[in-house]
Design a protein around this ligand. Structure first.
Ligand code: ADP
Length: 518
């Protein structure tokens, strides 16, 4: 059967061989086993359901959240001679009827729909008379409440599958899933554990950078100037910040577009098109921009503000270099931006449990900015990808500063947290250690502690940064919430007892990273 799949790959698509993961997924699907494929963006997920769709007797339903993309996907398939169609809310009633007729007549192999379709009685009735061989779920992480992009309409998918007249094979696909999200998706869809197929997340052509202590605006202008004529995306958190940056760049005569949820759909579509066709090669945008945009020559993605979690970050940064050419992913770190993300979580209408989870994810994003490990390895291990090696390209791998022993500093910080009964946040711990005498410290009599002023020669800022590092390395835990409280992790105990040592790179001077040279 796999031979036949290979022939289709060659005849219809003109490719010689399957990519990593594709063959394993297709093999399982052809054996009529449910499967989940986790592959990076651009990894070739579509072929995993398109080829079985051509081999199965019945139709294949592809569930995708993005109505705007369906037309393009279907046009592309029709061009290579694969009979496909889509049904969505943008179509007139008569058009829907006509397409349903074509499906009934057996003229169509693949039908793209958004999950909202299941609410249509007419559609569900029409399906009852059809034989559905395969249901492929794109962006399957949307099914998990713990995913970063949960869509309630996705929760109706298992019920929809049950309603079909004969049980189809189910294939879930995504580019980003933490082990918890995978677990969640697979248990909702009854996908057996041995049928999770995950190919490496590593993107060898991307280099990751975290820059701290920069004048962000000056850096951005300089970077754009040095990378003239290159296409890039600049992400900011709020619409207001996108507007501000857009004005700034536009004022300087830079050819730039903007994209955020506050613009009309016509404005957004125009901005997207100008970007894709390189009329405005630079885009300033909120996270609303990018899902499904297939622009291959994006040379850099700059996060002007910290994003809310690693999933979002990797997805957005991953829009760079889809053509396989070297590209840069740069995050400009500043503490204030974390407060904005905290505020957004706090203000959101999520349930309390979910908020706590979001705070945790944000903390892992912050840890990414403070770790001294390879940044790519950090991301990969977040996604449970065990095939890690240092990338030799990121800020940390290329940082040649010597390390120094910071065990004594760590002991002072950890004992101070302990003496403060693990009830306070980072700033207050740093203030106590530096010996500040503000009112809170006096009122709470924290100046009576034996650790008060132990690090008198250091600034509060310096000590805070040291604490950030210990959090990132999991010696200290920062609780969830707007005012995180510090507690010691198990890993801190042997340090306190003098049984292990900690090393850290020597203090940083703000430095420029190598810029892209074509
Ligand atoms: P994804 O949905 O995972 O982001 P796509 O399915 O859009 O990725 O595939 C990305 C690109 O890779 C497409 O241009 C596709 O034609 C190409 N591709 C997929 N499979 C192969 C293969 N086996 N050999 C060569 N190119 C492939």
């Amino acid at each position: 059967m796999l031979e036949k799949a290979r022939t289709i790959l060659q005849n219809h698509y003109g490719y010689d061989s399957f990519r990593k993961g594709q063959e394993e997924v297709i093999e399982r699907i052809l054996q009529r086993e449910h499967a989940m494929g986790i592959m990076p963006t651009g990894g070739g997920k579509s072929i995993c359901y398109q080829i079985p769709a051509l081999m199965f007797p019945g139709i294949t339903i592809v569930i995708s959240p993005l109505i705007s993309l369906m037309k393009d996907q279907v046009d592309e398939l029709n061009e290579v001679g694969i009979p496909a169609t889509y049904i969505n809310s943008a179509l007139e009633f008569d058009e829907v009827q006509q397409r349903l007729r074509a499906i009934r007549n057996g003229d169509i192999k693949l039908v793209y729909i958004a999950p909202e379709r299941f609410e249509s009685q007419m559609f569900m009735r029409a399906l009852n008379h059809l034989s559905v061989s395969l249901v492929a779920i794109d962006e399957a992480h949307c099914l998990s409440q713990w995913g970063h992009d949960f869509r309630p309409s996705y929760l109706t998918i298992p019920h929809f599958i049950e309603q079909l007249s004969s049980p189809p094979v189910v294939l879930a696909l995504t580019a980003t899933a933490t082990p918890q999200v995978t677990e969640d998706v697979c248990s909702s869809l009854n996908i057996p554990r041995e049928n999770h197929i995950q190919t490496g997340f590593a993107r060898e052509n991307l280099s990751f950078h975290v820059l701290k202590g920069q004048d962000k605006e000056a850096y951005l202008l300089d970077y754009i100037e040095k990378n003239k004529d290159q296409s890039g995306i600049i992400y900011a958190t709020t619409r207001k910040e996108v507007e501000r940056l857009y004005e700034k760049l536009d004022e300087k005569g830079i050819s730039v577009g903007k994209y955020h949820g506050g613009l009309t759909s016509i404005e957004r579509a125009a901005a997207q098109e100008d970007f894709v066709y390189d009329k405005t090669p630079i885009m300033v945008a909120t996270t609303a921009f990018g899902m499904g945009i297939n622009k291959s020559n994006v040379r850099y993605v700059i996060h002007y503000q910290i994003p809310r979690n690693i999933e979002t970050y990797y997805q957005e940064a991953g829009r760079a270099g889809r053509d396989g050419e070297k590209s840069e992913c740069i995050l400009l770190y500043s503490t204030q931006d974390i407060h904005i993300q905290h505020f957004l979580i706090e203000q959101s209408e999520m349930e309390e449990e979910r908020k706590q989870k979001e705070y945790q994810k944000l903390q892992q994003m912050v840890n990414y900015c403070h770790t001294e490990e390879c940044l790519q390895s950090y991301i990969l291990s977040y996604f449970g990808d065990s095939d890690e090696h240092d990338c030799q390209r990121c800020t940390n791998c290329t940082d040649e500063r010597e390390t120094e022993d910071v065990t004594k500093d760590a002991q002072m910080v950890f004992s101070c947290i302990k003496r403060m009964k693990e009830q306070y946040g980072k700033t207050l711990v740093a203030q106590v250690l530096s010996g500040s005498s503000n009112q809170k410290i006096r009122v709470k009599r924290l100046d009576q502690l034996s650790t008060y002023g132990l690090m008198r020669t250091r600034t509060v800022n310096d000590i805070s940064q040291l604490i950030d590092y210990f959090i990132a390395e999991q010696y200290i835990k920062a609780s969830e919430g707007t005012y995180p409280v510090l507690t010691l992790q198990e890993k801190a105990l042997p340090v306190l007892k003098g049984e292990t040592t900690i090393r850290k790179k020597r203090a940083k001077k703000a430095k420029q990273i190598a810029t892209y040279h074509p």
